[in-house]
Design a protein around this ligand. Structure first.
Ligand SMILES: Cc1cc2nc3c(=O)[nH]c(=O)nc-3n(C[C@H](O)[C@H](O)[C@H](O)COP(=O)(O)O)c2cc1C
Length: 341
């Protein structure tokens, strides 16, 4: 009887202890989340595009892309309203004037000019007063883009070139590889994969990505020392990429998470572009504490306005490899219809 009582009070003690441990664990998670949110918020305040300082060329360029892409959309529509796009046309003209005053004309100024020219020359616009006014202003700009901007014809034939006979052969043969051949992937191949991945869609085509690459042993080990998921294979990774997005590209509160979204999309495209070239990858998580994020920034050359999205390990696969099966969840768990039942 006595031993029963003793056992019961021992269980109660253990239960109380477990409750306290859980309480501490949960409080720790809530507090560290708060610190993380504050870190993100402070970075958005410090580096986000909200101040709209148009004398800063990089910030102006993101605004220009945002606006000229809206005009591109207007140019691509089969049916357009007569008054469509004029607001944007004047805004773009204003930014071009700021660029001219600043004395430094770049890629996006040239693109802006070409798109504006195409916009005012639309049959429904060309005879309007606004068109004549903008045309006169554009004559002051003595530069032209060597690329073609605006809209283009895109037939079913073009579209179908992207169709794969056996998409499963491509998609289902990508695995995260963690051990590679002892051979660096050359710059030509890295650049090709990056160029392919740059076709990734992004919000208003802002392409706020920046990709950092290294195959330097010492730099790789510095980067990987702040990332837990690369143990024990990290020391033999041939090439490393750090995918980042530029916070300056995002102007308003609804865009506060856009850098993660656009950066995530680019990261996946990179993995597929490497896969299409016969090069293996493994994503390495950068869901990090503010402390580690700051430490990595101190250790290597990453601009403070660039948000680190993830790290990619890259290398040639061995002849024989072993990968995790990483079975996918049952389809029904991740798919349902939007209609209410
Ligand atoms: C954002 C992200 C972070 C990841 N981080 C790690 C990591 O730190 N270490 C690791 O070994 N694998 C990491 N992975 C790889 C996943 O474990 C792997 O993608 C998943 O198990 C599916 O397997 P598969 O890529 O072979 O299809 C990461 C994947 C993603 C998308």
């Amino acid at each position: 009887m006595n031993t029963d009582k003793q056992m019961n009070s021992l269980w109660e003690l253990i239960r109380d202890y477990m409750r306290s441990i859980n309480f501490i664990r949960h409080t720790y998670k809530i507090l560290t989340s708060f610190v993380g949110f504050m870190y993100d918020y402070k970075r958005f305040l410090a580096y986000g595009g909200w101040p709209e300082n148009m004398k800063d060329m990089e910030r102006r360029n993101y605004q220009q892309i945002y606006i000229y892409h809206r005009l591109e959309k207007s140019l691509s529509l089969k049916e357009r309203g007569l008054n469509h796009g004029w607001n944007d046309a004047y805004k773009l003209l204003n930014l071009l004037n700021i660029a001219r005053q600043s004395g430094s004309i770049g890629y996006h100024d040239k693109a802006s000019k070409q798109i504006l020219e195409k916009f005012i020359e639309l049959p429904e616009n060309i005879n309007s007063e606004q068109s004549q006014q903008i045309k006169k202003e554009l004559e002051k700009f003595d530069f032209n883009s060597s690329d073609i901007h605006g809209a283009m014809e895109y037939g079913l034939n073009d579209f179908e070139k992207g169709k794969l006979d056996q998409p499963e052969d491509f998609f289902l043969t990508r695995y995260s590889l963690r051990e590679f051949q002892d051979k660096i992937v050359g710059d030509e191949m890295i650049n090709r994969a990056v160029r392919l991945a740059m076709k990734t869609p992004s919000v208003c085509n802002r392409q706020a990505w920046h990709i950092y690459h290294t195959c330097d042993k010492e730099v790789k080990s510095r980067v990987l020392s702040y990332q837990n998921g690369n143990r024990p294979f990290g020391k033999n990774i041939p090439n490393l990429i750090v995918v980042t997005t530029d916070l300056k590209a995002f102007f308003s509160a609804p865009e506060r998470y856009q850098h993660w979204i656009d950066g995530g999309l680019l990261s996946m495209s990179l993995m597929y572009s490497f896969h299409s070239l016969g090069i293996a990858t493994c994503a390495l998580n950068w869901g990090q504490s503010p402390k580690n994020d700051k430490l990595l920034r101190k250790a290597v050359n990453i601009k403070s306005d660039h948000t680190i999205i993830m790290i990619l390990a890259i290398g040639y696969p061995d002849e024989n490899n072993k990968v995790c099966l990483s079975a996918r969840r049952p389809f029904e768990e991740i798919y349902s219809t939007l209609e209410k039942r």
